[in-house]
Ligand binder design. Sequence first.
Ligand code: CP
Length: 307
Amino acid sequence: MSFKHKHLLGIAPLSTEEIMLILETADSFKEVSGREIKKVPALRGKTVVNLFFEPSTRTRTSFELAAKRLSADVINFSPSNSSVVKGETLLDTARNIEAMQADIIVLRHPAAGAAETLARGVKSSVINAGDGWHEHPTQALLDLYTLREKKRDFKGLRVAIVGDVAHSRVARSNIHALTKVGAEVRVIGPRTMMPCGIERLGVRPYDNLDEGLRGVDVIMMLRLQLERQGRALFPTIREYSRLYGLTAERLKLAEPGALVMHPGPINRGVEIAPDVADSFASVILDQVTNGIAVRMGILYLLSGANE
Ligand code: CP
């Protein structure tokens, strides 16, 4: 099966088969990062540009490493040191970068829909590395990859996504991804952080954490997206942590062997207790490791190198 998309803008437009193709392609790259010389020539001669208008540790570094391990040339474009500060628009910036023969642009932007707008205006492939509240597809794909590695089968897997669901692009992409592959998804959080009509996405909402955690196989914790909350949605962080923070005691409500996930960055002592973040149940750093293989797979498929 070949990958028919020119861009990766979200999980919503992907079929289950396309999601599985990405995971299988990532499988073939996972061992490259364990080699002494962590490089294959698959994208030699191609240029990947990281265009990040928001801060990032994991996604930007992971895309850079993924592209370099595929032997692509990589440019990390920093808007704060560029002509963006002189008023150049996103599209003009991208078109100028493209004029230097960029093949793939990886975009993170605070505006929902920015990646789609860019994809319409340039000839390069565009990868959405997070656009506002909308989607963060590569995070959901690396989360699926990690779940498949640890739990083998998605069918019937009970996954709880906990926290600021309304403002989380990770939650939205994971809801699309997990429901497409047959997992049962619960979303847990205060009503002020739960989008109206979330049930229409095929998930079950809870506002009581203890109730929602009972019997789940996976707990995916979310950070409070304070940068996207226009007003206070909870009296205090301390109160939020008391009601929605994952503690070792609460982890016992889940199935034995339940996994704890978090896209990062984690706020220790807010949404997750430090001992839980560092426990055997936690696969948070496995998610980061798998991000490289998954992003190698995505870059490879979008470059057309497999055809
Ligand atoms: N998970 C994630 O997107 O992390 P960064 O913001 O550090 O890239």
